[in-house]
Design a protein. Structure first.
Length: 434
């Protein structure tokens, strides 16, 4: 039995919300702390299923970890050469980030590993990582079509590479850089469209000599990592749902505390502002080397836009939320250059288009985007396809629909946003389990 939600007309959203820790940063913090010499403390760790799966994998690879309180991990690093073979397959759950980064790291170990994932992850393309890793000398077998499980043959000598990404993907960049840490010589990654740079920033914080600038990263193999403490900022991608919800629900005003505002993540903020959203940044500071600020969002009438293609990589996880903002705007919104959305936790272009159609809207889909024609939303049933972000997006749509919206298969919201429904109902959402 899958778990469903019923969303209906709620109250204006009010209050101050503490959004959980950043998923991308939490994955990397555990990985790099595990590889470091010495003990690192991670504060603000995301207690989501994806990041807990990554932590559990490192325990199975011989890394000791303590959880003195929720959202805190103390990681006793084993050094770059200290991981031990696990006794069986390593389960990445729903997490593409976990599987792709681990592919780069485990390809460089002296032992074999097998990486498996859930039903959604088992359908996601892995050639984008196994391709460049093979060029470095790695041996990784996939299922037909380049799909997981990944059977990684350890003990292969790796050579540095100068690689230009074929798709804008921080996961691929990170996998190559992690393998590069173990490779002979220098590894360079070039990106036609810069992507999130947490791997580069965090490796530097762990003492690695790495050069990077938007679209470029270079490191030498054979370096060690020095333990350091990491403060994980609140996840902008989780905050995004509340930015859209408060923008479209009349009478709303929310403060989202200390949200991570890495420029490679905040494309939605720019897109919403182009649409007329009223979002201000207060109490700006730095948190573990990352810019953070409170985001204060008030209801404002939105208008449709052509989403600038240059923003797409900086808001790649935010399109489900953007589609709902577009549905409540006063003119069509056009999305182009976003074919990557078809290979996320679900085909997000199809899932959002079909769901909004089921609530009465016209959506014209293209291979790499869609035009959303706004209008009144009525009640109906939508399928989240087990995709956390599709489920959360439709929970917002339900707040402004004229009838109840039933959202199917929502359990995976816990992969990135534990207690989303509790936080949302506390702020004014009408959202209950079916
Ligand atoms: C992530 C990179 C992005 C993003 C994902 C997290 C990361 O994926 O969609 O949610 O932490 O590196 P791609 O690398 O596939 O673009």
């Amino acid at each position: 039995m899958t778990q469903d939600w019923i969303a209906s007309t709620g109250q204006p959203l009010r209050g101050t919300l503490h959004i959980p820790g950043d998923k991308s940063v939490s994955h990397r913090a555990v990985m790099f702390a595990a590889l470091a010499d010495g003990t690192s403390t991670i504060d603000g760790f995301l207690e989501g299923e994806d990041t807990r799966a990554t932590a559990a994998i490192f325990s199975r690879l011989g890394v000791q970890m303590e959880t003195p309180s929720p959202s805190r991990r103390i990681v006793h690093g084993v050094g770059v050469d200290g991981l031990k073979a696990a006794d069986g397959a390593l389960d990445c759950g729903n997490a593409g980030t976990g599987m792709r980064l681990l592919a780069g790291l485990l390809a460089a170990q002296p032992f074999d590993s097998v990486l498996v994932g859930d039903e959604s992850l088992s359908k996601r393309p892995m050639r984008r990582v196994t391709g460049p890793l093979s060029s470095m000398g790695a041996r990784i077998d996939t299922e037909e079509g380049g799909l997981p499980p990944l059977r990684i043959h350890g003990g292969q000598p790796l050579a540095g590479i100068d690689y230009t990404l074929e798709v804008a993907s921080a996961q691929v960049k990170s996998a190559v850089l992690l393998a590069g840490l173990y490779a002979d010589g220098e590894t360079v990654v070039r990106e036609p469209h810069p992507t999130r740079d947490y791997t580069e920033r965090m490796l530097k914080a762990f003492g690695v000599d790495i050069d990077f600038s938007p679209g470029f990263a270079r490191l030498r193999g054979g370096q060690r990592l020095k333990a350091t403490d990491i403060a994980v900022p609140a996840d902008f991608s989780s905050a995004a749902f509340f930015l859209v919800a408060a923008s479209i629900i009349p009478g709303s005003e929310l403060r989202l505390r200390a949200v991570g505002l890495n420029p490679r993540r905040t494309g939605l903020l720019q897109a919403l502002r182009l649409m007329g959203a009223d979002i201000s940044e207060e109490n700006a500071s730095e948190h573990g080397g990352e810019p953070v600020a409170d985001l204060v969002v008030r209801h404002a009438p939105l208008h449709g836009i052509e989403v600038p293609e240059a923003l797409v990589p900086d808001m790649i996880d935010e399109f489900p939320a953007l589609f709902v903002a577009a549905a409540a705007a006063d003119g069509p919104t056009v999305v182009r250059g976003a074919a990557e959305l078809r290979v996320k936790e679900s085909d997000r272009l199809a899932a959002m288009a079909n769901g909004l159609r089921a609530l009465g809207l016209r959506i014209d889909e293209t291979p790499d985007g869609a035009t959303i024609f706004p209008g009144p939303l009525h009640g109906g049933t939508v399928d989240s396809h087990g995709d956390h972000r599709i489920a959360m997006a439709f929970s917002i749509a339900g707040q402004v629909a004229t009838g109840e919206v039933r959202i199917g298969d929502v359990a995976n919201v816990a992969t990135s946003f534990p207690n989303y429904d509790g936080l949302a109902t506390g702020a004014g959402f009408a959202l209950r389990k079916a």
